[in-house]
Design a protein. Structure first.
Length: 95
C-alpha cells in the first residue's frame, strides 16, 4: 500500500530558509504586478515554486470571496537575485 502525502515525512524547513522563501515570493509578486499593472479588485498573487528557478504565478481578482477568479497565470524563470528573466506567456502592461 502506498503512503498518502500526509504520511510522507518532509524535511523541516528552518526559520531562515522559510524567511528567504517568503522574501523571494514577495519580490516575484512585486515584479509581476509592476510589469502587468494592478488589476481592479486584485485579491491575491499566488507564487509557487515548481522546481529550481522556475515558478508559477497566478493572479486572482474578485469583488468578494464568492466572485474570485483566476485572470492571469504565468510560468517564470528567476535568476539568482530573484529577478524574473523569462515568462510564458510574456507579461505585458495591461492595467
Amino acid at each position: 500500500m502506498m503512503p498518502n502525502l500526509q504520511q510522507i515525512e518532509r524535511p523541516k524547513e528552518n526559520k531562515m530558509e522559510q524567511d528567504q522563501r517568503e522574501t523571494l515570493s514577495e519580490l516575484i509578486r512585486e515584479q509581476v504586478i509592476h510589469a502587468l499593472g494592478k488589476p481592479m479588485d486584485l485579491r491575491s498573487v499566488q507564487v509557487r515554486k515548481v522546481w529550481n528557478d522556475h515558478y508559477r504565478v497566478n493572479i486572482f481578482v474578485g469583488e468578494s470571496a464568492l466572485s474570485v477568479r483566476l485572470v492571469h497565470s504565468y510560468f517564470l524563470v528567476v535568476d539568482s537575485e530573484g529577478r524574473f528573466t523569462d515568462s510564458t506567456p510574456k507579461i505585458t502592461k495591461l492595467y
